[in-house]
Design a protein around this ligand. Structure first.
Ligand code: NDP
Length: 448
């Protein structure tokens, strides 16, 4: 049995009931096989893969808070500190009822390679809670965030572990958590990113993941001799990543015809009017359905499968920006049949393994999330730099750095794929390029 197969079996045996974590490890190990086989003896001796798949630590805790009826509620809280070989742990906090240890371990594991790809000194981590902010009052969200941070603050710090937002954690939640951290520690430091602009946040952070996604798509298009001008784009989700991916795609001349949320999707053949989506989602915290109530050319389709139906809409480019495993084999077949030639993941692991394999086999240019959505964490790292230096850079400065980082990621990913004889396989390229830097640092730092 090869070293990678052995490690995968070990992960499955030692981490039962963690299917998302198994899935993420398998994808990474399969594509790293070429690199690992070439160094098998050395890596085995160093126990390198055994260490890579085991988080440095997982903190799991109780989060009690009081709801508006005066009743005590209890949620689970977690922080997975996966790998600090190249920098302090960095990765978002997710508040969603589906959150569990498996999902956070998959996200933390992916984050190691994503953060490495950015070229910036940040390690991999992830955290969150099974708390659902939807339908909660502001006071309830604040009560939860304060209780969550009362425990978490013991384990994080500007040079130790710097969480950010993710699903269900936006500017409001980061604000409440930052306030509580400051109150408990007395420190005004860059311990969280995604902060507001008046209290240490960075310009472009809000837009960064979506903009970065489209910047890397633009690089892929250039390599194919195309531009985004006039291309039809379908984007799932209508949260932070989806909205700013749509904004940048539109700025570069593409037509975004569909967006979604977990209840269904809207199709607007005239092109999505983003100011209306922003008003519904960012201001009113409403449902995407309301878009069709306001725009005559739009049709809403309720979808009990999250928003999987969105992939049956004809497009050139598909950008899954909602959640994990939202694009399956059947959806991939529809996309290909309708002429889609490029898929780039704004969300983390939105495409199932079967769907990814199918898209690649059909010659669809496919960019995995750990490269395509790395603009968010990269800009978070730029926020950390500004906090440490007590500086604020202009929008143009940060945007230019983000663009350069995404260009550089594209170059690294396509170069690594070429070096290992799998040109155009960006999944392999991203894993290899991310892995090389982390392994180098782990080897240099000895057995820790
Ligand atoms: P948001 O909470 O802002 O938005 C999430 C969107 O996805 C919402 O429209 C939500 O709909 C939808 N969604 C969530 N769960 C499901 C589901 N089960 N089925 C269908 N739709 C669903 O999160 P973000 O935009 O920040 O994150 C989206 C993805 O991007 C996640 O995978 C995240 O890990 C990833 N990501 C985010 C980064 C960031 O900077 N924010 C950075 C890198 C990756 P609803 O409102 O109905 O729940």
């Amino acid at each position: 049995m090869s070293y990678t197969e052995e490690i995968y079996e070990r992960v499955v045996a030692q981490n039962p009931n963690e299917p998302e974590f198994h899935q993420a490890v398998k994808e990474v190990l399969d594509t790293l096989k070429l690199v690992i086989d070439a160094n098998e003896e050395e890596y085995r001796k160093l126990g390198l893969l055994e260490r890579l798949v085991e988080p440095e630590r997982i903190i799991s805790f109780r989060v009690p808070w009081i709801d508006d009826n005066g009743k005590v509620q209890v949620n689970k809280g977690y922080r997975v500190q996966f790998n600090s070989a190249i920098g302090p742990y960095k990765g978002g906090l997710r508040f969603h009822p589906t959150v569990n240890q498996s999902i956070l371990k998959f996200l933390g594991f992916e984050q190691i390679f994503k953060n490495s790809l950015t070229g910036l000194p940040i390690g991999g981590g992830k955290g969150g809670s099974n708390f659902d902010p939807k339908g909660k009052s502001d006071r309830e969200v604040m009560a939860f965030c304060q209780s969550f941070m009362t425990e978490l603050h013991k384990y994080i710090g500007a040079d130790e572990d710097v969480p950010a937002g993710d699903i269900g954690v936006g500017g409001r939640e980061i604000g409440y958590m930052y306030g509580q951290y400051k109150r408990l520690t007395g420190l005004y430091e860059g311990v969280l990113t995604g902060k507001g602009l008046t209290w240490g946040g960075s310009l472009v952070r809000t837009q960064a993941t979506g903009y970065g996604l489209v910047y890397i798509v633009d690089e892929m298009m250039k390599a194919m001799g195309k531009t985004l001008e006039g291309q039809t784009v379908v984007i799932s989700g209508s949260g932070n990543v989806a909205i700013y991916a749509a904004e940048k795609a539109q700025q570069l001349g593409a037509k975004v015809v569909a967006m979604s949320d977990s209840n269904g999707y809207v199709y607007d053949p005239e092109g999505i009017k983003l100011d209306i989506v922003k008003d519904i989602k960012e201001v009113k915290r409403g449902r995407i359905k309301e878009y069709a109530d306001q725009v005559e050319s739009a049709v809403y389709t309720a979808d009990e499968n999250g928003s999987k139906g969105i992939w049956s809409i004809k497009c050139d480019i598909a950008l899954p920006c909602a959640t994990q495993n939202e694009l399956n084999l059947e959806n991939a077949e529809k996309l290909v049949a309708n002429g889609c030639y490029l898929v780039a993941e704004g969300a983390n692991m939105p495409t199932t393994r079967e769907a990814t394999d199918y898209l690649q086999a059909k010659g669809v240019a496919f960019m995995p999330g750990k490269a395509a959505n790395a603009g968010g964490v990269a800009t978070s790292a730029l926020e950390m730099s500004q906090n440490s230096a007590r500086l604020s850079w202009s929008f143009e400065e940060v945007d230019a750095k983000l663009k350069d980082i995404m260009k550089d990621i594209y170059a690294k990913v396509s170069d690594a794929a070429k070096r290992y004889g799998v040109e155009g396989n960006f999944v392999a390229g991203a894993n290899i390029a991310g892995f090389e830097k982390v392994v180098d640092a782990m080897k240099a730092q000895g057995l820790v």
